[in-house]
Ligand binder design. Structure first.
Ligand code: FES
Length: 150
C-alpha cells in the first residue's frame, strides 16, 4: 500500500478505536435511526442546531470499522456547517465513494473525509461508509421513520 494509503488506513483505525462524538446530544433538535439491511447494523444520530448551523452531532450504535470511523469523522466534519453545506458535503462524499475515487476532482472542502476514497474500489462497503450520512440527513429533517441505506 502507498504511504498515503497507510496514513488513510491509520486514521480510519484511530476513529474506529476511539470514535469522536459518541453518545446523544442533550435536548436535540433532530434525531434519526439508520439501518444497513445488508448487515443489520444500526446507528442513531442526534444533533443540536444553532439557527441554520449544526452546533453538534453525536452518534450511537455499532457497526464495522468503516461505518464507525465514517460516523466519527462525519460528526467532526459537520460541526458548524449550515444545512445546505451539509447537504453539499454529503453529495460530494457519496460521489467520492461511488463515482470518482479521487478527492482532488471534487474541489476543496473534503478534509479528512478523503480517507474514504479507497472505498470506491469496494462497492459492498459504500453502504457502511454512508450509513451515518443517510442517518444525519434524516436527523436534519427530524424524520421519525428509520432510514435505510437502500
Ligand atoms: Fe454493517 Fe459495515 S458491515 S455497516
Amino acid at each position: 500500500m502507498s504511504e498515503l494509503g497507510d496514513l488513510y488506513q491509520e486514521l480510519i483505525l484511530d476513529h474506529n478505536r476511539s470514535p469522536r462524538n459518541r453518545g446523544k446530544v442533550e435536548d436535540p433538535d433532530g434525531c434519526a435511526q439508520g439501518y444497513n439491511p445488508l448487515c443489520g447494523d444500526q446507528i442513531s444520530v442526534s444533533l443540536k442546531m444553532d439557527g441554520d448551523r449544526i452546533e453538534s452531532v453525536k452518534f450511537e450504535g455499532s457497526g464495522c470499522a468503516i461505518s464507525t470511523a465514517s460516523a466519527s469523522l462525519m460528526t467532526e466534519a459537520l460541526k458548524g456547517k449550515t444545512r445546505e453545506e451539509a447537504a453539499v458535503l454529503f453529495e460530494k462524499f457519496h460521489k467520492l465513494l461511488t463515482e470518482v475515487g479521487d478527492p482532488d476532482e471534487l474541489g476543496p472542502g473534503m478534509g479528512k473525509l478523503k480517507v474514504f476514497s479507497g472505498v470506491c474500489q469496494y462497492p459492498a462497503r459504500v453502504k457502511c461508509a454512508t450509513l451515518a450520512w443517510h442517518t444525519v440527513k434524516a436527523a436534519i429533517e427530524d424524520k421519525d421513520e428509520p432510514v435505510s441505506t437502500e
